[in-house]
Design a protein. Structure first.
Lengths: 112, 113
């Protein structure tokens, strides 16, 4: 039972344009969501997070949107840069869970 | 960068042999996790620890055991390796609950032939 789903295995975007990565979840208990970025041969690194009390969180070029009624979150990257090419994982948890549940990941490729 | 070291970085072994992967941290974080990464499955939790000698199972714990005798070390053991355990294994640490971001090690590529 995949509680966190990233239905797009890959995404290709032109440099300078907007990249939008999507994530859906099924467990209504989830109240905190995170995005991680992973380069080849490295461990994932934290990118941005959002609590369920918000519907948007921004950090520079990165914005995460949360739609609780649809159980959907998205990561927007504007403008996209070649260094953004990586695999992006969304993750979810709830208070007291002590662990994260990750999605399958989306490979983002930024083309020059 | 968080001080997390995984060893070995690469290992090739044969079916049926025992394998132990080590995760060492210098951050004195309470929580430690073992994940595996597989195509189409993302990152799946194997086991985690919330303190010395305190461990619990994750979603894919069958065939794996863990031990944490010191704060800084978290060992993952495959008692009898199978080809289905060929994967990239990541250790992660967290200072408090999982609502805090995790810091990951660089991973161990394990191949079971």
């Amino acid at each position: 039972d995949q509680q966190v789903k990233q239905n797009s295995p890959s995404l290709s975007v032109q440099e300078g344009r907007i990249s939008i990565l999507n994530c859906d979840y099924t467990n209504s208990m989830f109240d905190y969501f995170l995005w991680y970025k992973k380069y080849p041969a490295e461990g994932p690194t934290f990118l941005i997070s959002i609590s369920s009390i918000k519907d948007k969180n921004e950090d520079g070029r990165f914005t995460v949107f949360l739609n609780k009624s649809a159980k959907h979150l998205s990561l927007h990257i504007v403008p996209s840069q070649p260094g953004d090419s990586a695999v992006y994982f969304c993750a979810a948890t709830f208070q007291g869970a002590q662990k994260l549940v990750f999605g399958q990941g989306t490979r983002l490729t930024i083309n020059p | 960068d968080a001080g997390i070291t995984q060893s070995p970085r690469h290992k090739v072994t044969e079916t049926g042999t025992p394998v132990t992967l080590r995760c060492h941290q210098t951050e004195n974080h309470r929580y430690m996790y073992w994940y595996r990464q597989d195509p189409g499955h993302g990152l799946r939790l194997i086991h985690y620890s919330y303190g010395v000698k305190d461990t619990d199972k994750g979603e894919v714990s069958d065939g794996y055991s863990v031990s944490r005798s010191k704060t800084e070390d978290f060992l993952l053991t495959l008692e009898s390796a199978t080809s289905s355990q060929t994967s990239v294994y990541f250790c992660a640490i967290s200072e408090s609950t999982a609502n805090e971001k995790l810091f990951f090690g660089s991973g161990t590529q394990l191949s079971v032939l």
